[in-house]
Design a protein around this ligand. Structure first.
Ligand code: GAL
Ligand code: CA
Length: 347
C-alpha cells in the first residue's frame, strides 16, 4: 500500500519533470506546479515520520484542489554530509521548493548556498537554524514550535499532578526526586525543554532534587538503557521522570516493566509530542501526560508557505513572526484530552 503510494507519487513527479523539461520557458504558468523536496535528519525518528505523513496528506489535498504537485522525501540517517548530497539530488530532480529538517542545525551553509545558486526557496522545519543563518538569504524560512512553551507546559503538568496527589512524593521528604531523559546534546528542543520544565516546578514552589540525567537522542531503546542504569543507581528513589519526548518517556516505562516493578512503586512519567503511541500511553495512564507538538499545524503551514513561495500568491495571508518564522503553539494533554485526540483520528 505504502509502496504503491510512493510509486504513484514518483510517477506524478516524473511526469512533472518531463513537462518541466519539455516546455521550459514557453510555459508561463509553470510556477503553479509545486514540486516539494523534503529532507529530514533521520528515518527512525517517530515524531518526524508522523509529521511527514501529515505532509503527504496535505499535498494530497492540494492535488485535489487542482494544483499539480509532487513530493520527494529523503532521510539522512543522521549524517549532515548525506543530507547535503540529498538536497543536491532534490534540486537536480527539479524541486522548486525545499523543506529541510537539518541534521546539524548549526551547519546549514552548504544547503543554503546550493538553494541560493539555484534560486530554490528553503523552509527549514523542526530543527531551528540560528538567526544569522536564516538571514543569509531572503528566501529562507522556518516552521516549528517554541521549545520554551513545551518545557513550561511539561513543568505545569508536573505541578498539577504533584499538587493533586501527595503520593507523588513517595518518600514524603517534601521534595520531588527527579531524573531527566534528554534528546540530543546541542538541540534547542532538548536543552530548553529541560530548563523550562524544571524552572516551572521551582517557580511554583515545588522543592526538587535532581538525581540524574541521561541523553537518549529522542530514542525509545536508548532511553530504556539509560533508565535501567539510573534505576540501578537510585532504586526506588526516583519519583518523577521528565522526558524531552514521548518515545523516551515510553523507553523509561519499558525499563520499569522489564524490571517487573509494581504500579505503586512507579514514578510519574511525562513526555512531549503526543505521537500516536504517546497518546495511547496517556489514555492508558502509563504516562501521566504529554504536551502536543502540533504536527498537523506544522505540516499545513509548510505546505501553505510552499505554495505561496512557488506561485507568488498568498504570502500576505501568512502570519509570520520576525518576518520569516512560523511557530505553532503546543498544548497540554492528560487522559481525557488523549482520548479525544485518539477518537478524532480513528472515529
Ligand atoms: C522534537 C520532537 C522529538 C524529535 C525532535 C527531532 O521536536 O519532540 O520527538 O522528533 O524534534 O528534532
Ligand atoms: Ca521525595
Amino acid at each position: 500500500m505504502e509502496m504503491k503510494r510512493i510509486m504513484a507519487a514518483g510517477m506524478v513527479f516524473c511526469m512533472g519533470i518531463q513537462l518541466f523539461c519539455a516546455c521550459g520557458k514557453e510555459q508561463p504558468d509553470i510556477e503553479d506546479k509545486v514540486y516539494l523536496g523534503v529532507a529530514y535528519y533521520d528515518q527512525s525518528d517517530t515524531f518526524l515520520n508522523s509529521l511527514i505523513a501529515c505532509l503527504k496528506d496535505e499535498i494530497q489535498d492540494y492535488e485535489e484542489k487542482g494544483y499539480e504537485t509532487a513530493m520527494l522525501i529523503r532521510g539522512a540517517g543522521g549524517s549532515q554530509r548525506t543530507q547535503n548530497d540529498q538536497v543536491q539530488e532534490l534540486v537536480d530532480a527539479g524541486c522548486n521548493v525545499l523543506c529541510v529538517n537539518l541534521v546539524d542545525r548549526a551547519n546549514p551553509s552548504e544547503i543554503i548556498d546550493l538553494a541560493r545558486e539555484n534560486d530554490v526557496p528553503v523552509i527549514f522545519f523542526n530543527r531551528e537554524p540560528v538567526t544569522e543563518d536564516l538571514m543569509q538569504w531572503d528566501r529562507l524560512y522556518y516552521v516549528g514550535a517554541f521549545a520554551e512553551q513545551s518545557g513550561t507546559m511539561q513543568g505545569e503538568l508536573a505541578v498539577e499532578l504533584i499538587e493533586a496527589d501527595s503520593g507523588v512524593d513517595r518518600n514524603r521528604d517534601g521534595k520531588i526526586q527527579y531524573v531527566v531523559l534528554e534528546g540530543e546534546a546541542g538541540h534547542q528542543d532538548a536543552i530548553i525543554r529541560t530548563e523550562n520544565a524544571v524552572d516551572t516546578l521551582k517557580s511554583n514552589d515545588i522543592e526538587v532534587e535532581k538525581l540524574s540525567y541521561g541523553i537518549a537522542n529522542w530514542n525509545r531503546a536508548q532511553a530504556q538503557n539509560q533508565m535501567l542504569q539510573m534505576i540501578s543507581q537510585h532504586q526506588n528513589k526516583i519519583e518523577l521522570v521528565l522526558a524531552n519526548n514521548d518515545d523516551m518517556a515510553l523507553g523509561a516505562v519499558d525499563a520499569y516493566e522489564k524490571l517487573n516493578y509494581t504500579e505503586s512503586a512507579l514514578p510519574v512519567f511525562l513526555g512531549i509530542d503526543g505521537t500516536d503511541v504517546g497518546l495511547e500511553a496517556v489514555r492508558d495512564l502509563k504516562l501521566a501526560g504529554t504536551v502536543y507538538n502540533d504536527k498537523e499545524g506544522q505540516a499545513s503551514a509548510m505546505l501553505k508557505l510552499s505554495v505561496a513561495l512557488v506561485t507568488g500568491d498568498g504570502m500576505d495571508k501568512i502570519g509570520f513572526e520576525k518576518e520569516r518564522y512560523i511557530y505553532l503553539p503546543y498544548f497540554k494533554v492528560t487522559q481525557s484530552k488523549a482520548e479525544e485526540l485518539l477518537k478524532r483520528k480513528n472515529p
